[in-house]
Ligand binder design. Structure first.
Ligand code: PLP
Length: 226
């Protein structure tokens, strides 16, 4: 089941990429395991999943430890996709390869400090609240440049790109304007190194997100079921 789902999602990603004239290999599939047990995660890794996304640091530590020292350990990267509290930064930098949810200078500073302590350069994304919904985490788009500017002195974080979540909708097309907007904000930033990451698109709307420029999709239900 999981294997079939992974293949199906990858095929859909490839089709969406081709529709947009892009290379499917440029799109990272992050498999979101917040509702998946360790056995299911291993099954996904066996089916070719290379990137795992977790929402909560505490849950991720348990799963990380269950996979550590097994044949699966070296085959995956860990992504923190949920909100991070400053007091969890110390734990987060120990296990996550990339943190998608940096949305304030204060949090960037806490992650920088924690990363410095373990002598690591922590990859991060800036979470942007494109829709402006009050219930959502993320900075307002007009503050992206300021956050990047103020974080420039933090030597132990590397800002790799932007992340967003579209408002919940039953129709993927409704997400399109938000994804387009994030891509436009991405294009306005002068990224110093490498091609910037654009983390957007979930089970419900990843194909639309890819058409709009996403190069990192975060998918849970379409792989592990509802
Ligand atoms: C849960 C979650 C996802 C995956 O959502 P699905 O609908 O299960 O694909 C992606 N991103 C974030 C931030 C999430 O919390």
């Amino acid at each position: 089941m999981i294997r079939d789902n992974v293949f199906q999602v990858k095929e859909n990603i490839a089709h969406a990429a081709r529709r947009a004239g892009r290379n499917p290999n440029d799109i990272t599939l992050v498999s979101v395991t917040k509702n998946a047990a360790v056995d299911a995660i291993k099954e996904a890794i066996d089916a070719g999943i290379t990137d795992i996304g977790e929402n909560r640091v505490q849950d991720a530590i348990i799963k990380y430890n269950a996979i550590r020292y097994t044949q699966y350990e070296r085959r995956v990267k860990w992504h923190l996709i949920g909100h991070l509290q400053t007091n969890k930064a110390k734990d987060a930098v120990k296990i996550f390869d990339i943190i998608h949810s940096i949305d304030s200078v204060r949090l960037a500073e806490a992650v920088n400090k924690a990363a410095e302590k373990i002598d690591k350069i922590q990859d991060i994304l800036i979470e942007v609240n494109v829709s402006g919904e009050e219930s959502k985490f993320g900075i307002a788009p007009e503050n992206i440049s300021r956050l990047i500017f103020e974080a420039a002195n933090f030597k132990n974080i590397k800002i790799c790109g932007l992340m967003t979540m579209a408002p919940f909708a039953d129709d993927a097309e409704k997400s399109r304007p938000y994804f387009r907007e994030l891509r436009e904000f991405r294009d306005k930033v002068n990224w110093r190194a490498g091609a910037p990451v654009l983390s957007m698109g979930m089970s419900q709307d990843y194909e639309v997100a890819i058409e709009e420029g996403s190069n990192m999709v975060r998918i849970g239900r379409a792989i592990f079921g509802p």
